[in-house]
Design a protein around this ligand. Structure first.
Ligand code: SAM
Ligand code: SF4
Ligand code: SF4
Length: 368
């Protein structure tokens, strides 16, 4: 029988609401002077794919005990927490999962979040990461609900290889249809994320680059990361982003582009002929913890300060325990102020336990 591995790893703490009140002022900074600007909200721990690097079927099998519905934050709870995070300085919210489009009536949540504004009155950058399988059907309603943009994951164009990687018999054509529907609905600029596993899909780097070059869609290559403990990660399967850039550059000359913002995770490269750009996310070979302004809210309302954290702070317990907005804001404020997480920066200097055995939360639970 499958073992639900998350709670075993997660010795989460119920945040203290005592202590000096800390009103949300938008100026919060953590122990390394990093502001709080981005919030990733996981709306479900379920997925219709079984990507080998994320939810391998051997672990996430038919009898895997996913969270019961009562454990999930409701849309009202998510909206309330999001409003408090926005008051603390969050300007960008990304919905993720699991597969966020599997959450019933996700459009209702998007409507609520799209109505939030920053303390200065600006609308949020509201986006969503999806495997694209339901996007052709949902792009229009997502846009109508107020979603700004969408990021779609696609690891290969080759039919057999893509099916092998998602291990759920989904063809790449369905994802491409979803991307086209998103484009037609105005969810642009669309970003496409490709996780590169050396020896598995690195042969798809060029076909993918060729396919999206000149399309207005921004293709981004993500180094295969050692998130969670179930994917059997091994450094030999990581293809450094520098190699990706070199491989594409041999065929289509590239020039480096400036980052849009200091906290941008991707390094941007433009095609020298002006036909668009690609991005590389070098989480393993070039850590960007120094500018990491991201908080993550798990499906059951735990606040994680790092993708590689092994425990979260139980905001659902606060919310369901009747805490006032001020008390929740105080708790979030103190948690963020104490944050000194920088896993990727330390990875190189850590012991072997960072890549094997150490309990860490799974990406499908915490969201990418
Ligand atoms: N199901 C949605 C999707 O696939 O887009 C959203 C959730 S998924 C966890 C978010 C992103 O994390 C995806 O782009 C996925 O490719 C990426 N991801 C998952 N496991 C990864 C790993 N081990 N290394 C790098 N990226 C990973
Ligand atoms: Fe599902 Fe996304 Fe994880 Fe793939 S990467 S298994 S689509 S949550
Ligand atoms: Fe941020 Fe943690 Fe990733 Fe560093 S390892 S960039 S702190 S999420």
């Amino acid at each position: 029988m499958s073992r639900r591995i998350i709670p075993v790893a997660d010795v989460s703490a119920i945040p203290h609401v005592a202590g000096a009140p800390l009103a949300a002022s938008g100026t919060l900074a953590d122990a390394l002077s990093r502001p709080l600007r981005d919030l990733r909200i996981s709306v479900t721990d379920r997925c219709n794919f079984r990507c080998v690097y994320c939810m391998p079927r051997a672990v996430f099998g038919n009898d895997y005990p996913f969270l019961p519905h009562s454990a999930l934050l409701t849309f009202e709870e998510i909206e309330r927490l999001a409003r408090i995070f926005v008051a603390h300085g969050v300007e960008k919210i990304r919905l993720t999962g699991g597969e966020p489009l599997l959450r019933k009536n996700i459009e209702w949540l998007i409507e609520r979040l799209a109505a939030l504004t920053t303390p200065e009155g600006r609308p949020l950058d509201l986006t969503l990461t999806t495997n694209g399988s339901l996007l052709a059907r949902k792009a229009r309603s997502l846009r109508d609900a107020g979603l700004s943009r969408v990021t779609v994951s696609l690891d290969a164009l080759d039919d057999m290889l893509f099916k092998r990687m998602n291990d759920a018999d989904f063809a790449p054509g369905a994802v491409l249809d979803g991307i086209a529907a998103a484009q037609a609905a105005g969810l642009a600029p669309i970003k496409v994320n490709m996780v590169v596993k050396r020896g598995t899909n690195d042969g798809e780097i060029l076909p993918m680059a060729r396919h999206f070059k000149g399309s207005g869609t921004i293709l981004r290559f993500i180094e295969y990361m050692d998130v969670g403990t179930s994917n059997g990660w091994n450094m030999t399967e990581v293809l450094p982003s520098a190699d990706v850039v070199a491989r594409i550059g041999e065929h289509f000359p590239l020039v480096p582009l400036e980052a849009h913002t200091p906290a941008e995770t991707a390094q941007r490269w433009g095609y020298a002929d002006g036909s668009g750009e690609i991005g590389v996310i070098s989480s393993v070979t070039r850590a960007f913890c120094g500018t990491c302004t991201r908080a993550r809210l798990s499906t059951e309302g735990k606040l994680y300060l790092c993708l590689f954290a092994s425990s979260g702070h139980d905001l659902r317990a606060l919310v369901r325990g009747g805490a006032s907005d001020e008390a929740v804001a105080t708790a979030i404020g103190h948690i963020w102020q104490a944050r000194d997480d920088r896993y990727s920066l330390l990875r190189g200097s850590a012991t072997d336990s960072t890549s094997a055995g150490q309990p860490r939360v799974e990406m499908s639970y915490i969201g990418g």
